[in-house]
Design a protein around this ligand. Structure first.
Ligand SMILES: [Zn+2]
Length: 112
């Protein structure tokens, strides 16, 4: 299946509402969107091992948290990428996540 949005609306209370071609709507909070950011760095942070990792690699002993949760989950800008995905920039400057429409649809289904 290849879900196609006909409308993407920013919510004033942070987040997105997507209306799909079949009439269904999906509302995703910005917190959820950031937590599920599909970029490699975020996947690794979440411990997703489906991504290739270096064979060796010491665990960093010092974790530097350089942005607050509030900044991380504040959606600043969204834009279309081709006909298949959305890009998003967060208040902490993070913008490498590419959210294919099918992925956004899936996130919405998971919430039900
Ligand atoms: Zn990310």
């Amino acid at each position: 299946m290849n879900p196609t949005p006909i409308e993407i609306k920013r919510q004033t209370t942070e987040g997105l509402t997507i209306t799909w071609q079949d009439g269904a709507t999906t509302t995703l909070s910005s917190e959820l969107l950031r937590r599920e950011c599909p970029c490699a760095a975020c996947k690794e942070k979440r411990g997703d091992t489906t991504h290739a990792k270096p064979l060796t690699g010491k665990k960093r002993s010092l974790a530097i948290v350089d942005s607050s949760i509030k900044e991380e989950t504040a959606l600043q800008e969204i834009w279309g990428i081709g006909q298949y995905a959305l890009g998003m920039r967060w208040a902490d400057g993070h913008d490498t996540g590419i959210y294919p429409f099918s992925y956004l649809y899936e996130l919405g289904e998971k919430q039900r």
